[in-house]
Design a protein around this ligand. Structure first.
Ligand code: PRX
Length: 655
């Protein structure tokens, strides 16, 4: 664990107490924490009743008798889409804007709750006519267009299960996810806009289906990019034909609270991504509760914008489910922050008077680098709350965000959570918490976090330890799709005792004297690149799948811009070693990883080396490679089988 980073974080003494005006009107109140402390389960039951409408009420809050397999609110029934749509319309809020959608080329659409509800009803009827019903899996591979949200909600409305695959993933990644979930239907678009160009999606789906994924019966295609696409008549359908001609009448049925809602694949420590399974009632409760309290949402007046793609968990919980359950008005933007100009995001904030803005530290750092003149050129006075997610926000970026985007007054909520936790777990409550730049601060009410040493005992400040969730929480993952053993082994084996199941998050953290939590990064072979999770093993597997590569080792090296960057070390097979220069081989292998997994996994550097550092038992010592990648003096090499190997590598890399 990086004790150095604890030292530097402990140097951060700036404090930002809430203003009186903000506190007077804040959604969160001190009662929340005291109520949760008094009776955690009763607290969550109250939130489930207050945040959601139930088709039939639950009588049991939590069944933890079969830990770590939790059941929350299990005898209640609800419809997730009804909670996000119909109930707002029935309460007379149908004219409220659900989305101000902005396409990258500048086209835009405003969609009210009434319109969104009708569209989801049509889509649900269309999906049902394609044979989709409760429990069926539907893969969604889309750009950020309103139809992506409609598709997710239509699947949810039928009690079916969506698996959204981020549009930047390769055909191979898409195929393996479709196969793992045995999806019957794929919903996609011809293409989407990104960096001033159309990127094709349907051709990637075609390629994925050519190489397998035989469970798929139909492909439903939204027209967006207007790029030419190949067509399989018996399989492919246009969204505008199929959904456009479907009936706008559809009654939402109540499903059990534990009915699966979605699977979302995320990288773990092995080569195979894990299908994280979330269910309905508990997930929606915590997504809605945290969205309301952590972002101080006043749904009648706020305009909220979370910049995440719907392909990630942040897009699921804080673009689709939390905000829509709360009846929020949102901005939804298709493209990249700098297209067609570097002020595009600030222009959108000005245009829609965004009041709550939620993004990732990597984006903030890239804007910092461009200089404050760009955001200063726009009217950002509507902003009143700022959020951060995905990786620790360094104090410099925090202060810039606070001063330049938040006019020195908007509170920043740094939110720690994971695909697995489903919703925010650690965050300040605006109006309540005195903010500390760089700390994610306190567990939300109703969540119990401990920082433990390797031996499972609590560590005292200022020492670092491992972050553990000690009590079950409503939006917790219910398993890994099709792999209960891996679920138990990955998350529950390390710190559970026969009396108590504890969730191991994979993050290092330390807690200060005030009880505030400071995150120190992953402690396993998972990297965090621009707030996205990638596995070292998965990228190593992609590299060795290239005929030229004999062995590969990947590390996440510190990177000023992206937090971490992928750096690979490869040994070429002897028969290929003379075919290309190291630079050519490196370029070919970077491209190969992008094709195999997706552009987000493309290594920043690939070094061709003659040896890799291994222990006597043959384990690669990534720590030493990380020293090389970060340009540091090489650490302790005494456990290496061959201590001269680091000399050889350093010469390869620098020479
Ligand atoms: O290491 C933590 C980091 O991102 C991981 C979870 O990644 P993912 O499942 O892709 O979800 C990202 C969005 C919720 C965590 O294990 N992480 C996420 N948020 C923070 C963070 N690290 C520090 N501070 C955060 N606010």
């Amino acid at each position: 664990m990086a004790e150095n980073s604890i030292d530097s974080l402990l140097q951060e003494h700036r404090r930002f107490p809430p203003s009186e005006q903000f506190a007077a009107q804040s959604v969160a109140s001190p009662n929340l924490s005291s109520e949760a402390r008094a009776d955690r389960l009763e607290f969550w039951a109250t939130q489930a009743r207050e945040c959601l409408d139930w088709h039939s009420p639950f009588t049991e809050v939590l069944d933890w008798s079969n830990a770590p397999f939790a059941r929350w609110f299990a005898d209640g029934t609800l419809n997730v889409a009804y909670n996000c749509l119909d109930r707002h319309v029935l309460a007379g809020r149908g004219d409220r804007v659900a989305f101000h959608w902005e396409g990258e080329p500048g086209d835009s659409r405003t969609i009210t709750y009434a319109e969104l509800t009708t569209e989801v009803k049509r889509a649900a009827n269309a999906l049902a006519s394609l044979g989709i019903g409760q429990g069926d899996r539907v893969a969604i591979y889309m750009p950020v267009v309103p139809e992506a949200v409609v598709a997710m909600l239509a699947v949810a409305r039928l009690g079916a299960v969506h698996s959204v695959v981020f549009g930047g993933f390769s055909a191979e990644s898409l195929r393996s996810r479709i196969e793992d979930a045995q999806a019957k239907l794929v919903i996609t678009a011809d293409g989407g806009w990104r960096k001033g160009k159309v990127f094709p999606l349907k051709p990637v789906v075609d390629a994925a289906l050519e190489s397998g994924a035989e469970s798929v019966e139909h492909v439903l295609v939204v027209r967006r990019g207007e790029n030419p696409v190949a067509w399989a008549d018996a399989r492919d359908l246009w969204w505008h034909d199929t959904v456009g001609s479907a009936s706008p009448e559809h009654e939402a049925e109540g499903f059990e609270a534990e009915n699966p809602l979605f699977i979302l694949y995320t990288s773990g420590t092995t080569g195979k991504p894990k299908g994280i399974l979330h269910t309905s009632g508990g997930y929606l409760t915590q997504a809605a509760f945290t969205h309301r309290n952590v972002f101080d949402l006043h749904p009648e007046s706020d305009v909220y914008w979370c910049t995440a793609d719907v392909g990630w968990i942040t897009g699921h919980s804080y673009v689709v489910y939390g905000p829509l359950a709360n009846g929020a008005t949102q901005v939804l933007y298709e493209g990249t922050p700098d297209s067609p100009h570097p002020g595009r995001w600030w222009e959108l904030i000005e245009k829609y008077r965004v009041s709550i803005f939620y993004t990732a530290p990597t984006a903030i750092r890239s804007f910092m680098k461009l200089g404050r003149e760009i955001p200063d050129g726009f009217d950002l006075s509507s902003i009143r709350v700022l959020g951060s997610v995905g990786e620790p926000i360094n104090p410099e970026a925090w202060i810039w965000y606070h001063d330049v985007i938040g006019a020195g007054t908007a509170p920043i909520v740094d939110t720690w959570w994971q695909t697995e936790t489903g919703a925010i777990m650690i965050a300040a409550l605006p109006g309540q918490t005195t903010l500390k730049p760089g700390s994610a601060q306190v567990p939300i009410p109703g969540v119990t976090i401990d920082i433990l040493g390797e031996d499972g005992t609590r560590v005292d400040p200022p020492h670092g330890g491992l972050l553990v969730v000690s009590e079950p929480w409503p939006s917790m993952l219910r398993g890994i799709w099709g792999d209960p053993e891996r679920f138990k082994e990955t998350y529950w084996s390390r710190f559970s005792t026969p009396e108590k199941a504890r969730y191991f998050a994979g993050d290092g953290a330390h807690v200060d004297e005030d009880g505030d939590i400071w995150l120190l990064g992953r402690v396993d072979d998972v990297m965090n690149i621009s707030g996205h999770r990638l596995s070292t093993t998965e990228i190593e597997s992609a590299l060795v799948s290239h005929p030229m590569v004999a062995e590969a080792a990947v590390v996440g090296a510190a990177d000023e811009q992206t937090g971490q960057a992928v750096v690979a070390f490869v040994i070429l097979r002897a028969e290929f070693a003379g075919d290309m220069t190291p630079d050519e081989a490196s370029a070919a292998l970077r491209a190969h990883v992008a094709t195999a997994i997706g552009a987000i996994a493309r290594p920043r550097q690939v070094f061709v080396v003659a040896e890799l550092p291994k222990t006597r038992s043959g384990k690669i010592m990534r720590r030493l490679l990380q020293d090389v990648a970060e340009g540091r003096a090489i650490g302790d090499t005494t456990t290496l089988a061959d201590t001269s190997v680091m000399q050889i590598i350093t010469t390869n890399v620098t020479g």
